[in-house]
Design a protein around this ligand. Structure first.
Ligand SMILES: [Zn+2]
Length: 322
């Protein structure tokens, strides 16, 4: 298996899962930018446990849509790390880099419905337009796109198209409200928080938000269990689901494992790759982050016990296991 092999897999997975539609299908969707670290194993384990607790299926999707950030071979390392921890997907993994035709179809649909428009702005253009409006870049935040190229504002005005953006509803009442199974009721005004966001990038690559939404629907994902760092992406994804007439899955965002400096664990702040020589210790640490304090002699026994505990937690959360 490699980043270029198996291009028929992506097309077939949605069809193969036909008999499971209406039942639980979960997924773990790592970016192959490096090996799994302690934080990413927590998300992998939680999504696996939740799928197994619901007697559902668990899929792995390699999110290599941002090819320049991907590290060749990291997909193999991630799959080997998962296997060492006893986390085996129920179908061969799909690769986002091979699914561009699906994303293009979705973009065409958004354009035809008047929900997406071309944008000719550079980052400097956006910063300048925001400055003219008296807005500055929030700390750690992305620039909110000021809507310069919206059709109602005159469109491209002769600039070449660079990216495609979603025209986000911006009336005061246009909040996306949703429920997270751990965090409870959530709400975001997408226009104020991020503005018209990019669905196809200026460098021609597909934006993460569009690819995730298209793939979750194509793979009939019913439940998304992932790290809390992705929580504020959820309203953008729900908006895309609505406009593409796709179902909205259930969401559960898991606690983050923080580095000693209190920041999110990442390769930038020295998160170490998981040690494959001792998967049991890695599972114990990931379980502890999820409130599962399980000690067992083998990986298999550990997973069985952890699943029993997770099932009780899931019943507490929902009152039943649908
Ligand atoms: Zn623009």
């Amino acid at each position: 298996m490699s980043l270029t092999a198996g291009d028929d897999i992506g097309r077939d997975v949605g069809r193969d899962l036909g008999p499971y539609i209406g039942r639980y299908i979960g997924r773990f969707a790592p970016s192959p930018t490096g090996p799994l670290h302690a934080g990413s194993l927590v998300a992998a384990l939680a999504s696996w446990l939740d799928a197994r607790a619901h007697q559902g299926r668990w899929l792995v999707r390699i999110e290599d849509v941002d090819l320049p950030r991907c590290v060749p071979g990291a997909d193999h390392i991630i799959l080997a790390q998962l296997a060492a921890c006893g986390l085996h997907p129920d179908a061969p993994p799909v690769y986002q880099s091979q699914r561009g035709a699906l994303y293009q179809r979705a973009l065409d649909q958004l354009i035809a419905a008047g929900h997406a428009y071309p944008c000719g702005c550079t980052r400097a253009d956006i910063a300048q337009a925001n400055a003219a409006l008296g807005l500055s870049k929030p700390r750690h935040g992305e620039l909110v796109y000021p809507g310069t190229c919206r059709p109602a504002n005159g469109g491209l005005r002769g600039k070449p198209a660079r990216a495609w953006r979603l025209q986000v509803p911006d009336a005061p009442a246009d909040h996306i409200n949703w429920h997270d199974q751990r965090l409870g009721p959530q709400s975001q005004h997408v226009a104020q928080a991020v503005g018209d966001f990019v669905v196809k990038r200026a460098d021609g690559l597909w934006a993460y938000q569009l690819a995730v939404v298209v793939d979750d629907a194509a793979q009939s994902i019913t439940d998304i269990v992932r790290g809390e760092d992705l929580c504020d992406n959820t309203p953008r994804q729900i908006l895309l689901q609505r406009w593409l007439r796709l179902p909205t899955p259930r969401y559960l965002h898991t606690p983050l494992v923080l580095a000693e400096d209190g920041q999110k664990l990442s390769k930038q702040n020295g998160a170490e790759a998981l040690d494959l020589s001792d998967p049991l210790r890695a599972l114990e640490a990931a379980g502890a982050a999820l409130g599962l304090h399980v000690i067992a002699p083998t990986v298999g026994a550990w997973l069985t016990q952890a699943m029993a505990r997770w099932t009780l937690l899931a019943k507490d959360r929902t009152g039943n296991l649908a």
